[in-house]
Design a protein around this ligand. Structure first.
Ligand code: NAD
Length: 453
């Protein structure tokens, strides 16, 4: 692992040259990254197909396209973000001016998961580059083709001393965490997030943790059920439910449950066809272990299968499945499902549903479907969650104006757009004082000082 020690030392040496303080060079780096991604678009799409059977449409819409539009957004605003930001000065500080300088941390380590293996490795990199850092990306070993394409793109575009890729599994992360990196950006599961934070605490370096959890989707009795069903099916079953902000479970007002399930069935048929297992565009489960974990949840026999339920071990695919009649203490309500199984619970009183949400670890997302502003407000203010949508699912992730991140056990820190730039910058507060005069108030009074002696 001396290789990583040398790599990080070389990155520190490059950082110390101060070259990337020039905003023009950071923009140049982002332009080169954008062009390289465009050149490798076919290879990225093929890798995502091989690793997860992602369709071309999903590969572009949820991975390549998101990264390209983030680069576009950052390029447009970077010059303005990088300028020192003026701050107010109180009257007590008369004679001075205040500003906040954004300075890069140094060497950033980005550890990425497998579910959106391209996007979740590259989106943080954009913020890290914009803020002027060097970076090492550790992609997920569970999606090896995508990991190899990321290594190729970065290797062809940048010198290792500036941006590098370290391929491998947990051992590789651990080896890198032992080196003198200045910041860790981790996306993955809460248990591993805890280990990352422990490692960072030992070296007293900041971390961002983008974790997961069980994100509730509440459907109130006055919701537009047809539209709700379509947007829930879209958010839940894209990537076969292997999405950190997918609705994990539905909490539906009992009076509309049957109607909603009918609409879910129609929407699944519309989006995936009557036989999703034979739909070539339907994403597969990442590996046997996760396939077995999901089948075990189905085999618990909790509730009853209202839609789907079939699976195919050869292609590692599980139909979009809706389980009705689930109770709050069922096994499927324990951990994040991270697959195409949607449990449905019923509520009568929204306060009770929110009390249940609040009794659990804070989710990464929450979705509320209702036509009533008071009900929407009740859900938005009645529970703590990373971020979410009213009358939609997942879509908040794609706005560069909305910071994306979790709270509590779903994570800490937020990125995307300006938030990404700020996240990877130390915000240095500076007060510039005049030398034209010197007001005496803050100094100890000489007379009093003499009396005390
Ligand atoms: P994971 O925690 O198993 O792995 C994530 C990364 O950490 C991988 O690169 C892996 O190699 C590395 N890793 C694994 N064990 C490690 C260890 N002991 N020490 C150091 N590094 C280690 O997560 P995953 O299975 O790849 O991803 C699924 C999880 O990620 C889900 O919980 C999901 O909700 C979450 N997620 C969150 C977001 C977000 O933006 N908040 C996005 C996607 C996924």
């Amino acid at each position: 692992m001396d290789h990583y020690k040398a790599l990080i030392q070389q990155q520190h040496a490059f950082f110390a040259t101060g070259q990337m303080k020039a905003v023009a060079l950071r923009r140049e780096a982002l332009i080169r990254l954008r062009d390289s991604i465009r050149r490798h678009e076919r290879a990225i799409t093929d890798a995502l197909k091989a690793d997860l059977n992602k369709s071309e449409f999903e590969a572009y819409a949820t991975e390549i396209g998101i990264v390209l539009s983030e680069i576009r957004f950052v390029l447009k605003h970077l010059r303005a973000w990088a300028r020192p930001e003026k701050a107010k000065t109180p009257l007590t500080h008369i004679g001075s001016r205040s500003a906040i300088y954004s300075e890069p941390y140094g060497v950033v380590l980005i550890i990425a998961p497998w579910n959106f293996p391209f996007q979740l490795a590259l989106m943080p990199l954009i913020g890290a580059i914009a803020a002027g850092n060097c970076a090492v990306i550790k992609p997920s070993e569970l999606t090896p083709r995508t990991s190899a394409v990321i290594a190729r793109i970065i290797g062809e575009t940048f010198f290792d001393v500036y941006i590098a890729v370290a391929e491998g599994g947990a051992e590789t992360s651990r080896a890198l965490l032992r080196e003198s990196v200045d910041y860790v950006f981790f996306t993955g599961s809460p248990p591993v997030g805890r280990l990352i934070m422990e490692a960072a605490a030992r070296r007293l370096i900041p971390v961002t943790l983008e974790l997961g959890g069980k994100s509730p989707c509440i459907v109130h009795k006055d919701a537009n059920l047809k539209l709700a069903a379509k947007r829930i099916v879209w958010g839940k079953f894209m990537n076969a439910g292997q999405t950190c902000i997918a609705p994990d479970y539905l909490y539906v007002h009992y009076s509309v449950k049957t109607l909603l399930i009918e609409q879910l069935k129609l929407a699944i048929g519309e989006l995936y066809g009557i036989d999703p297992l034979n739909n070539a565009s339907y994403t597969r489960i990442v590996n046997d272990k996760h396939f077995d974990r999901l089948l075990a949840l189905l085999n618990e026999g909790e509730g009853h299968v209202s839609i789907g339920g079939a699976s195919d071990r050869d292609s590692l695919r599980i139909e979009p499945t809706v389980l009705a009649g689930i109770q709050e203490d069922d096994a499927i309500m324990k951990d994040e499902i991270f697959g195409p199984i949607l449990p449905v619970l019923e509520y009568g009183d929204l306060d009770e549903a929110l009390a249940f949400v609040n009794s659990r670890p804070k989710p990464l997302a929450l979705y509320i479907f209702s036509e009533n502003k008071a009900v929407q407000q009740q859900a938005l203010t009645g529970a703590s969650f990373g971020g979410g949508c009213v009358n939609d699912t997942v879509f908040h992730f794609t706005s560069p104006h909305l910071p994306f991140g979790g709270v509590g056990s779903s994570g800490m820190g937020a990125y995307h757009g300006h938030s990404g730039f700020k996240l990877f910058s130390h915000r240095k507060s500076v007060l510039k004082m005049t030398t034209l005069f010197d007001l005496p108030f803050r100094y100890p009074h000489l007379k009093h000082a003499l009396k005390r002696v």
